[in-house]
Design a protein around this ligand. Structure first.
Ligand code: ADP
Ligand code: MG
Length: 688
């Protein structure tokens, strides 16, 4: 049987059913999956340091034979797995604190690659961030020599990167010959990208690392182009397929609001309001995202948009992700709208059935003109009299398909999304390519930056003293504990223990705890108690990120900040500094992580921090990118592929313009590939 791209890897010579199971664990099922399983790093002679020349303080990659291994207990009951490795120049100890399980995989006699910083602890040692067994004892190993580049593959238990390399090497030419270069006509020549077959060959078997990089960029272009096709299709549906409402700028309520506000709008706010007004008064539907840090004044801008709808006898809804946020927004809007004698309606699950019915009746009759509530409630059947605008707050968790599903419903109101998670422009083009984008960069005058400092655990008691003082002066504090995966029992336990310890250490202050495994009502109850000042110190995992607005909270202590991305830290920090008081964010970090945290402490610009975050995390590590519906980014490096993003977007937009559902004969292969890669995104091509 001739090999095809959709042939199961099981039928490749050298695989078989057993190994196929191991491949499945890497997400590799077909020949196509295998040929796209590219090395995650390359080694050549220039990237490997001789052990004798590994200097303290440097980040290096070493290769050596393991000459001994062992587990060392330390005084603080932390166990360290260690191994001594040797190359022709010398030997060095490798130390893995807390990773005793490595004794099952790292054995004497193996050829080991280790990358990480060189530290000094009774002598030089490397503390590997990554290690790879290049060969077992007595095995000859491929090693990167002069002029040779060694590809290293992501591997799994029962399937070493060496086996993967050999297998791919054996079948590479045959596999590559099956690949059809469907995107080639849509690549601007100026990018200088290789053909797809060429790219795949060099990515797996490069002569130089630079050559591999050129290949990767071609794969990245294809992946971006596919993604941009889905996004362009969603954009087409949102803006074109249905004729939007055309509002008129009557300057009735909007002008009244401008006069009633206790402050002047910033230049940025005025610019964004103009952008929104242009959208809403045009015949196309508005489909716009407004990004800006917490406190940059998005709510006020959204209110102008809502009033523009209302003065056209339309209704406007404001959706928030949680009940608590809905309550907050409704309170804010009520205050701002008081001079205009408009009372916002609040529709949340906590209302009694009869109250809910009454609210729904008022919405249906058109008596309620501005309605605030949770996403969930609007997804149930709510009949509007005449819905003109939907504002969706904190929607960054939605993917492109979810957004498309949302706007498919019912009438064709204008849509404004708000996000307090600024991201760089090119990344926004990828994740939010279906939307037009507005950004609020500057903060309203008079808003003070949160004072951010980096401290070590030696300052702990001084920090507690500071918390006591602030709370004594009537303020409140957050203590954030990193629970990266809320299902991690160990992390949760640590947060719980922390709360108990603080209850003791900060007594008689009231200490509360919220985390992601709690029931929503339970969490809301604790957060309400904090909001109402009944709890002074709130210990929280990252659930507070989108949770709560307590202007009285002036201190945030973040434990293990090194475990958070910079953008996430910034997000957390945005929970304080919301009132008039000076606010303080304290990062309690060990020495190793301080440098990057200091850079963070010096900046208060969310867009700048998002760029730093991107540089730091680079390829594929972006939470947002991975969350973007079914679209997984594997080859793109957002820190250096800006040109590819811009070019692929342009090509995709013009292609969808020309052939909205890719039904033309010459696009059949492209469509097929899209179907294979983005099953869910393809739903969008079916509706129209
Ligand atoms: P966001 O929704 O972006 O977090 P808000 O719209 O809630 O920000 O604004 C944060 C605070 O700043 C609010 O108290 C708001 O009234 C105030 N504010 C908004 N715009 C201005 C402005 N131009 N000048 C002064 N204060 C402002
Ligand atoms: Mg419109």
């Amino acid at each position: 049987m001739p090999l095809r791209l959709d042939t199961s890897v099981q039928y490749l010579k050298g695989v078989g059913p057993h190994r196929a199971e191991n491949f499945a664990r890497l997400g590799i099922h077909t020949v196509e999956d295998l040929v796209y399983h590219i090395p995650h790093r390359y080694l050549d002679a220039t990237t490997v340091t001789p052990i004798a020349r590994a200097d303290v303080g440097n980040e290096v990659t070493l290769i050596g034979r393991v000459i001994s291994t062992g587990i060392l207990p330390t005084r603080r009951r932390l166990q360290i797995f260690r191994a001594v490795i040797r190359d022709s120049s010398g030997l060095i100890e490798c130390a893995w604190p807390g990773q005793t399980f490595l004794d099952r995989t790292i054995k004497e006699g193996q050829l080991l690659l280790a990358s990480g910083p060189i530290k000094y602890y009774h002598g030089r040692q490397i503390v590997p961030r990554e290690q790879i067994v290049l060969a077992n004892a007595d095995e000859e190993a491929d090693q990167p020599g002069q002029g040779m580049v060694l590809s290293v593959y992501p591997a799994t238990e029962g399937l070493s990167h060496r086996q993967i390399r050999r297998l791919i090497g054996d079948h590479l030419d045959e596999m590559v010959s099956l690949v059809d270069d469907v995107a080639l006509p849509y690549i601007p020549a100026a990018l200088g990208l290789p053909g797809l077959r060429d790219a795949l060959s060099t990515v797996h078997r490069p002569r130089t690392v630079a050559e591999a990089e050129r290949g990767r960029r071609r794969l990245a272009y294809d992946e971006l182009f596919d993604m941009q096709l889905v996004v362009a299709r969603a954009r087409y549906l949102a803006k074109r397929a249905t004729k939007g409402m055309q509002h008129e700028l009557k300057k009735d309520l909007t002008t009244k609001l401008k006069h009633a506000l206790p402050f002047e709008l910033t230049g940025g706010q005025r610019r964004v309001i103009r952008e929104i007004t242009a959208d809403m008064t045009s015949p196309e539907r508005m489909h716009r995202l407004l990004m800006g840090d917490v406190g940059s004044g998005k709510t006020v801008v959204a209110l102008f948009a809502m009033l523009l709808a209302v003065e056209n006898d339309s209704q406007a809804v404001f959706m928030a992700p949680t009940e608590l946020l809905s309550e907050q927004h409704s309170r804010t809007l009520r205050e701002l709208l008081a001079p205009l004698e408009i009372v916002p309606e609040l529709l949340i699950g906590r209302l009694s059935p009869s109250e809910k019915t009454a609210v729904r009746d008022r919405i249906a009759s058109g008596a309620s003109r501005i309605i605030v509530g949770t996403h969930a409630l609007f997804q149930e059947k709510t009949a509007f009299h005449r819905l003109g605008l939907v504002v969706i707050d904190e929607q960054h968790r939605f993917g492109v398909e979810q957004r498309a599903a949302l706007i498919e419903k019912g009438e064709v109101p204008d849509v404004l999304l708000l996000s307090a998670t600024p991201i760089p422009r090119t990344l926004a083009m990828t994740l939010y390519g279906d939307l037009d984008i507005s950004a609020l960069r500057e903060k309203p005058a008079g808003r003070r930056d949160v004072k951010t400092t980096v401290r070590s655990s030696r300052s702990r008691s001084a920090i507690y003293q500071f918390v006591r003082e602030q709370c004594g002066a009537g303020r409140q504090a957050y203590v954030v504990y990193p629970v990266i995966d809320e299902s991690e029992k160990v992390d949760l336990k640590a947060a719980t223990t922390m709360a108990e310890r603080l209850r003791h250490d900060l007594s008689p202050l009231e200490v509360g705890l919220v985390h992601g495994r709690m029931k929503a009502e339970e969490r809301d109850t604790t957060m309400r108690a904090f909001r109402d000042g009944k709890i002074h110190v709130l210990v929280a995992t990252t659930v507070i990120e989108v949770g709560i607005d307590v202007a009285n909270a002036t201190v945030m202590l973040i434990e293990h900040p090194e475990r958070f991305g910079l953008a996430q830290l910034h997000q957390l920090r945005g929970r304080i500094g919301r009132g008039g008081e000076e606010s303080y964010c304290i990062l309690l970090a060990d020495a190793g992580a301080r440098e990057r945290l200091r850079l963070f402490a010096q900046s208060s610009d969310g867009f700048r921090i998002a760029e730093m975050d991107l540089q730091e995390r680079g390829m594929g590590q972006l939470a947002g990118a991975r969350q973007s519906g079914g679209m997984v980014v594997r080859f793109t490096d957002f820190s250096k592929d800006d040109d590819l993003i811009v070019a692929s977007r342009k090509s995709a937009l013009s292609l969808i313009e020309e052939d909205p559902v890719l039904s033309q004969k010459r696009h059949v292969e492209l469509r097929k590939r899209l179907e294979r890669r983005y099953e869910r995104g393809m739903e969008l091509f079916r509706v129209g």
